[in-house]
Design a binder for this molecule. Structure first.
Ligand code: 4NP
Length: 154
């Protein structure tokens, strides 16, 4: 089993989309995908309606997700932890207990062959267009997660 955690700030906009998109591309018997937020503002809440609508447009249902906060235990529960932006990356790695924890964390868009350090922009205060842009970025990035990170052989 490969275990992947998607992390953003609130766990209601970007990481729920990342979770839903990656789940739609993998065999759930072989890959576990979850998401979390570095902040606790929205614990227990459903994804933002704009994330739900954007996922639904591509036949992905994320309505069952509930926001939770990233905790240090997640370093034990997951093999790969993808941060949506640099601030999330900084906040996650600040909780790392050792090198092994730290090495599990990467910036989501670093998997793309574009310049490094690019971020999945926070769409919370913007319009619906921001969510479509986030979706497109995550669709590309998760293709590469499937290709590069998840073992292809049984
Ligand atoms: P997310 O977006 O990190 O992609 O879930 C945000 C959601 C909520 C807030 C900020 C970003 N907020 O400030 O409440």
């Amino acid at each position: 089993m490969t275990r992947v955690l998607m992390v953003c700030l609130g766990n209601i906009c970007r990481s729920p989309l990342a979770e839903g998109i990656l789940k739609s591309k993998v065999n759930s018997n072989k890959v576990t995908v979850e998401s979390a937020g570095t902040a606790g503002y929205h614990i227990g809440k459903s994804p933002d309606p704009r994330s739900i609508a954007t996922a639904a447009k591509y036949n992905i249902d994320i309505t069952d997700q509930r926001a939770r906060q990233f905790t240090v235990d997640d370093f034990d529960k997951f093999d790969h932890i993808f941060a949506m932006d640099k601030e999330n990356y900084k906040n996650i790695t600040a909780l790392a207990r050792n090198t092994s924890d730290r090495e599990k964390v990467s910036l989501m868009l670093d998997i793309l062959n574009t310049p490094r350090n690019k971020e999945v922009p926070d769409p919370y205060y913007g319009g619906d267009q921001g969510f479509e842009h986030v979706y497109q970025l995550l669709d590309k990035a998760t293709d590469l997660v499937v290709e590069k990170v998840i073992p292809q052989l049984d």
